[in-house]
Structures are given as C-alpha cells and as structure tokens.
Design a protein around this ligand. Structure first.
Ligand SMILES: O=C(O)c1ccc(O)c(O)c1
Ligand SMILES: [Mg+2]
Length: 598
C-alpha cells in the first residue's frame, strides 16, 4: 500500500491455525501491522512473554491487544479480591509483552449480579490499577453476556465508571448479531473507543454464542453491513487499528498464511468501501470472452460434444496446442497441452484489462507466472482479463482462423460458469471474486442434493454479463459420496432452449435424460401450460419460474471426469440458476456413471 495509507490493520491470533509462531509469521507475511494476542495461544506457547515481544518486534508487528480477560465485574467482595489478583498477574504479563490494552469481556459468571453501579465501581477500580502501570482496559459487551450484552449498556457502564483508563471495545459481531442499531455508536466520543474488532457472519437463526464461536467470517464474506458499521465507528474519531477477530471452524484448520492473506484482502476491500485509500476502482467486466478447458486427456470427447452442440473449431493458436471453438459469441478454448478435463481459465472481457490486473494484484491475487494479464483464483483457475475484438490486445489475434463454419444450434453466448470449490476455500473464493474482480455476491442458497447439502453463491457484474456460480458441499464430504467429483460446467445462452435441444439431439449431442417423475412434480408445483410441459418432457429440458421471469435449461452428460455443458434460456428478469433442478441433474449424472462402470 502507498506510504500515505493511514489505516493500521490488525488480526487476532485466534483467527489463524497453528502455534503462536505460525500465527505471527503468517500475520506478518500478509502485511498486518499488529496482532491481538489471544490468551490461549500464549498459554500453550513455550515462548516467554519477552520472547513473544521480541519476535513481534522482529516481524514488524505491534501487540495491540491482550485478550480476553473474563468474568471480572459486579461480584461480591471475596470474588472481587481474587479477580483483582488475577488481573494483576495479567498486567505483569502485559508489561513483559509490551501490550498496553487488555480486553475485558462482560461477565457470564454465576457470581455476577445485575447492578450497573457495582459493575462501574469495580471496573473503575480495575482501570485505576491498570493506569498505575500505564495500561488501559477495553470493556466489551459479549452478545451472550449475563447482564451486559449490548454495546449501549457497556457504554452506560463505562460512562458511569468515568476513568480515563477505561473505554470500550466495539466488536461488530456482538453489535450486529443482536440487531442493535449501530448508528447509536456515533454519540460515543472516539477517545472512549479503545479498540475495534471486526467480524462478518452469515445470517443464521441459532444460538448467538455458537454462531459467534463457529461461524464468524472475514468482512465481505457474510451478510453483515461492515462498511456501515465501521463508518459509524470512524465517525466517532476512533483512530486505532481495524482488527479482525474471527472464530471460524474452517479457518482454524486452514493454512495460516493463506487465511491471513484472505483476511488482509477483506480489510483492503473494506477500506475501499469506506472511501479510504485503496486499489484502483474495478473496471467494468463486460462478458465471458471464453472459457478454457484443460483437455489433453479428453479432447476427442469434448470436440465431438462441441460439434454436436453446434460449435465449430474456428481457430488454431499460432504457437500452442490450443483450439478455439465458437458459436455466436460463445467461445470454448481447448488446451491440449494440459490434462485434467477441468476448467483451467476464465477469459473475462474488461473495459480496461491492465487496470483489472493491477487492481487484482493490489488485492493480493497472485499474478500467473508467464502471463501478466492473468491472476490465479483460490481454486487455481486462471482469470484472464481481455478485450475481445478491440484494436489492442485482442486475444483472438493469437488464433489462426480455420475457416470451419459452425453448424449452429442457436447458442448466442456464455451465460455463466459454475465452479465447485474446495471445501476450505469457498468463503475465500467469494471474497476474491467480489474484491479482486469487483463482482457482486448474490445471497447464499442451499439445496439438498443426492450426496449431501450443497451451498451455492453466485457473483455477477451489475448488468449480469458475467456470472460465476460457486458451489460447495455444505459439510466436508465423506469418502462414500460418489457424485461427480468437484463438478464444473459452462452454461451457454440460447433464445429458444427447446429448439436448441431438438437440434442438438438430432446432431447426436450427449444430452442428459430427465426422468418422468420430475415432469409430474413440475406440473404439480408450477403448472406450466400443457404444450410447454409436453415440450419440456419430450426434450429433457428443465424449468423454473420466479416473480421475475422464467428459466429453461438442459445439460450434457459429464465429459471426461468432471466437466459438462448447460444451455439456458432466460425469459424476463429471471436471475437465478434453477437451483431447485440441480438435484435432478446430479442424480441423472450419478445414474450414468453407474451405467458406465457396469
Ligand atoms: O467467544 C468469546 O468468548 C469471545 C472472547 C473475546 C472476544 O472479543 C469475543 O468477541 C468473544
Ligand atoms: Mg470480540
């Protein structure tokens, strides 16, 4: 980031996997300025507090917070005495660490009583003990605190305690999970906000402690309005770090270096939303230029299928074993140098490809070795920014036209690309596409598929010219699940799906058969007009409808091990992906795999 960047960025060690050393190394490598040291990470470490202090200094990290100190306030005198003794030992430790602020979270103890005056009096005492050593106390209302569980309540107590070494820790999760109005934060003087912790989360209707301890996400990955929240906090004059505190079961197991980069990307993207210095604005993405398949081991099968779908091999790469297949504006590139039968690259048209790459790089996307117009997405798919048909940098110029003409089956372009993500990188991928590419995430949906729940989230440009659908098994898949491993597909657009299906079937396309039960159920649920239902049934075309419009779509069989094609027709403003029909497709693919094995 430029030297003028005024924002300090921090991360709590609890966000990352591994030992304290692993966590500190990862935070520093990702460019964080500071850390919150989580008590358990220190207690299990063989490093002395002095070692930790030195190590952080060597890594260029400040220790911005020591946390948490629990169950302190509003207790009978004997408990208070023992709590103060506990606090003094932690103050000793903080002085050795060189950390000047301790987080005290609101009590969940059965010893505590519902008495704000007593809480304020005892926190005042704690703050004066801290002040004697040049330390400060940041009081945080846990959403499940026994008596104090909203930020406004914690602020009333801090105001009543009235000690310069006592302030608030505001944590976006506790405020937003309770549905509290964060605008009220604006009345708190910035000098009394000692610390700001940031976490996003999916909207879940569940016990708030469980929600917090297992499902927090980095900003931009969940459903909370973090930009609005931080805007209110900054309006108070708060000038401390933006620090992430994310308890998440997946991140706790993930490579900490990778998770720390994901975390940093979330803060850089948040800064942009706040109008703070950041990467160049995202150029408009204007369409799917092409989708590349690594086809070295299944070129024949893919070429036959594309031919039957009405594509022609329109070009041959001038220097690489790569073919361009085209129909209308739908383009598939078969790269026979690479194997795996997977989608290896997304070619996206950008109004300014150079700026698109520069932005993605600033948002920590790895530039692809050997191709400075491409970055690597979290699942390893290359994302190339291009300008189809432009005067400069037209990627099509790399292809020698073959003169082969498309038979044509009514396909006009690419509607979307669907990529199943590795379980551990789904949230990272959604944030990557949102931040680095400037796409917008749609709400997360879930559906029950034959081999388990599937979670799905699409990212699109505002005009829906680029759509990328990200899917993941909602739970880590067991060994049994025999569905297509990590399926991926390219969906092409047609103005008349039924006519396209007819033409493709006549040309011998390997289309997927849909069982009669589906059409009986469709009739019961949506009652399409009888002639339409008969056409859908006759051609194995699936159907969906919502308040915006209608959707007709059909699929090919799986080609190679995991890739297939879809044809879609959108009528009116239908913006979904026919999620209700996905289990039908999955079961049909499964049946074919079994048949192939026999
Ligand atoms: O889950 C907890 O106990 C916990 C601890 C410290 C925090 O800052 C917090 O937000 C939650
Ligand atoms: Mg917190």
């Amino acid at each position: 980031m430029p030297a003028a960047d005024p924002v300090r960025r921090g991360i709590a060690t609890v966000c990352l996997s591994g030992t304290l050393e692993d966590k500190l190394d990862a935070a520093a490598a990702a460019g964080f300025d500071g850390v919150e040291i989580f008590e358990n990470d220190l207690v299990v470490s063989p490093l002395s507090p002095d070692d930790i202090r030195r190590r952080c200094a060597d890594l260029g990290l400040t220790i911005d917070l020591y946390q948490p100190f629990r169950d302190f306030e509003a207790v009978p005198p004997d408990v208070l005495a023992s709590n103060l003794r506990r606090a003094e030992r932690k103050f000793d430790l903080m002085q050795r660490l060189g950390a000047d602020t301790v987080l005290v979270c609101s009590s969940v103890s059965p010893d505590a009583v519902d008495d704000d005056d007593l809480a304020a009096e005892q926190l005042h005492l704690l703050a004066s003990r801290a002040a004697e050593r040049g330390l400060r106390v940041a009081y945080e209302a846990l959403a499940w605190g026994r008596f104090v569980n909203t930020y406004d309540h914690s602020w009333r107590i801090v105001r009543r305690a009235d000690h310069p070494a006592l302030g608030l820790c505001l944590d976006s999760f506790h405020v937003l999970s309770k549905g509290s109005d964060p605008a009220g934060i604006r009345v708190i003087p910035g000098s009394k906000v000692f610390f700001l912790q940031l976490a996003d989360a999916p909207r879940l209707d569940m016990d708030v402690l469980q929600w917090s301890r297992h499902h927090r996400l980095f900003p931009g990955q969940g459903a909370f309005d973090l930009t609005g929240f931080v805007g209110h906090v900054l309006a108070t004059g708060y000038d401390g770090p933006l620090s992430l505190e994310v308890f998440n079961d997946v991140f706790r197991q993930a490579d900490p270096h990778r998770a720390a980069v994901d975390a940093m990307r979330s803060l850089l993207s948040l800064q942009e939303g706040l109008g703070l210095p950041g990467p160049p604005a995202a150029p408009e993405l204007t369409g799917h230029a092409f989708t590349e398949l690594a086809a070295g081991d299944c070129r024949g099968e893919l070429a036959d299928a594309l031919t039957a779908l009405g594509f022609a091999r329109a070009g041959r790469h001038r220097s690489k074993p790569v073919e361009l297949w085209q129909q209308g504006e739908a383009r598939v590139v078969l790269n026979t140098a690479d194997r795996g039968g997977r989608i290896s690259a997304l070619g996206l048209d950008s109004s300014d490809p150079e700026i698109s790459v520069e932005r993605a790089e600033k948002l920590l996307a790895p530039i692809l070795p050997g191709d400075d117009s491409a970055v690597s997405a979290p699942d390893g798919t290359a994302v190339l920014f291009c300008r189809t048909g432009g005067e400069q940098a037209d990627w099509l110029a790399d292809f020698e036209p073959t003169g082969e003409a498309a038979g044509g089956a009514g396909l006009t372009g690419t509607d979307h690309v669907s990529l199943t993500q590795p379980f551990d990188h789904f949230d990272e991928a959604a944030l990557f596409y949102r931040s680095a590419l400037g796409l917008r995430p749609e709400p997360t949906t879930e559906f029950a598929a034959p081999f388990g729940l599937v979670r799905s989230r699409a990212v699109t440009d505002p005009a829906h010219r680029v759509r990328i659908e990200l899917n993941v098994a909602a739970l880590r898949r067991g060994d049994w699940a025999p569905g297509v491993p990590d399926p991926q597909h390219i969906a092409f657009t047609s103005d008349d799906a039924i006519a396209s299906a007819k033409a493709m079937r006549a040309a011998g396309a390997p289309l997927l058969e849909i069982p009669a039960n589906y059409y009986d159920d469709l009739d019961a649920r949506l009652a399409p007009p009888p002639e339409l239902l008969a056409d859908l049934r006759a051609h194995s075309v699936l159907y969906d409808r919502d308040e915006h419009g209608e959707f007709l779509h059909f699929y090919t069989r799986v080609l190679g091990s995991r890739v297939f094609f879809e044809v879609v027709q959108r009528i009116g403003g239908y913006a979904g992906f026919g999620a209700a029909n996905a289990p039908v497709r999955m079961a049909a693919h499964r049946r074919l795999r079994l048949a192939r094995r026999d």
